[in-house]
Write a protein that binds this ligand. Structure first.
Ligand code: NAD
Length: 298
């Protein structure tokens, strides 16, 4: 059934996600602080709203896709009073678990319903509607949001109560960040021992070292032709986003007193690497700083 959706944050991810909702027959009103982002989205059939409050006034569902928790909480402060009672707020941004729980509380206090539903799959997944959503909140809210999430992605998993979607996202990306460093260190060690990239790949990809960081996003050129290493580490999944997600995981580990030594170290290594390359390189490019072992670029 067609829904009236307000979509706030029409950037790299939000723009194509909103466009996919339009394609599926939903009425989408969009808003972004950057006029160019709104203009691009209107090209895909999104109706422009002059403010976020205007966008949400008639909406049944409000979806946000913003940079960080402070943006989401700031937005909710601005728009909760403008929405109809009982409106479903779905935040798809990647934010701190504590901020996500706060967003749920503020929405509930204003008489609204809420779901945190961050994504994995990147800009390509947003465009191709192949994202995976990880949702936190009530069963009813998940059931109601699911048809919209399935229009924007290929899979939606209900992970638990408020904040559980964000928790799943940062735990998954902590595995990914650590495993990319492990794979990179193994290739660099292999180089020093005279082992070819292809030989190590052929063994590890079918042995116990197998993982996504190796067999899909292989950090050295050659063994996996589609990996970013074959096109000078153009993203892919930007180093700055990995640094952000590992920072969120490190915050959560510290707050919970969790002994995540590798996760904390991975957060430090990615923060230093992302300081140099920002969003210009895929996160697998960290292999070059490991090879240079001075933290410098190749
Ligand atoms: P982006 O910077 O391209 O888009 C964010 C948009 O939000 C910008 O256009 C900005 O102008 C807008 N914005 C900020 N505050 C606003 C406000 N108060 N009202 C209206 N608009 C506002 O970022 P992105 O790459 O689209 O990422 C969005 C979120 O998705 C982030 O939390 C990111 O961590 C997450 N994410 C990104 C990727 C990726 O590959 N880009 C992958 C998975 C998750």
């Amino acid at each position: 059934m067609s829904k009236t959706v307000a979509f706030i944050g029409l950037g790299h991810m939000g723009g194509p996600m909103a466009g996919n909702l339009v394609k599926a027959g939903h009425h989408v009103l969009g808003h972004d602080l950057v006029p160019a982002a709104v203009e691009t989205a209107t090209g895909t059939g999104v109706g422009p709203a002059s403010s976020a409050a205007r966008a949400v006034a008639e909406a049944e569902v409000v979806i946000s896709m913003l940079p960080a928790g402070r943006h989401v909480l700031g937005l909710y402060d601005d728009i909760l009073a403008a929405a109809r009672p009982g409106t479903l707020f779905v935040d798809c941004s990647t934010i701190d678990v504590a901020d996500a729980r706060m967003a749920h509380e503020r929405a509930a206090a204003a008489g609204m319903r809420c779901l945190d539903a961050p994504v994995s799959g990147g800009v390509i997944g947003a465009e191709a509607a192949t994202l995976t959503f990880m949702a936190g909140g009530g069963e009813n809210e998940f059931t109601e949001a699911r048809p919209l999430l399935e229009v924007m992605g290929k899979k939606a998993v209900h992970c638990g109560g408020p904040g559980a979607g964000q928790a799943a996202k940062i735990c998954n990306n902590m595995i990914l960040g650590i495993s990319m460093i492990a794979v990179s260190e193994a290739f660099v060690l292999g180089e020093s021992l005279g082992l070819s990239h292809q030989a190590l790949y052929d063994v590890a990809s079918t042995a116990s070292g197998q993982c996504w960081a190796l067999s899909v996003n292989c950090p050295v050129p050659g063994p996996v032709p589609a990996s970013p290493a074959n096109c000078d580490y153009r993203p892919g999944f930007a180093a700055s986003l990995m640094a952000k997600d590992l920072g969120l995981a490190a915050n959560a580990a510290r707050a919970g007193g969790v002994r995540a030594e590798l996760g904390l170290r991975a957060a430090e290594l990615y923060a230093a690497y992302a300081e140099q390359v920002g969003a210009a390189e895929d996160f697998s490019g960290i292999v070059r700083t490991i090879r240079n072992h001075d933290g410098g670029r190749p």
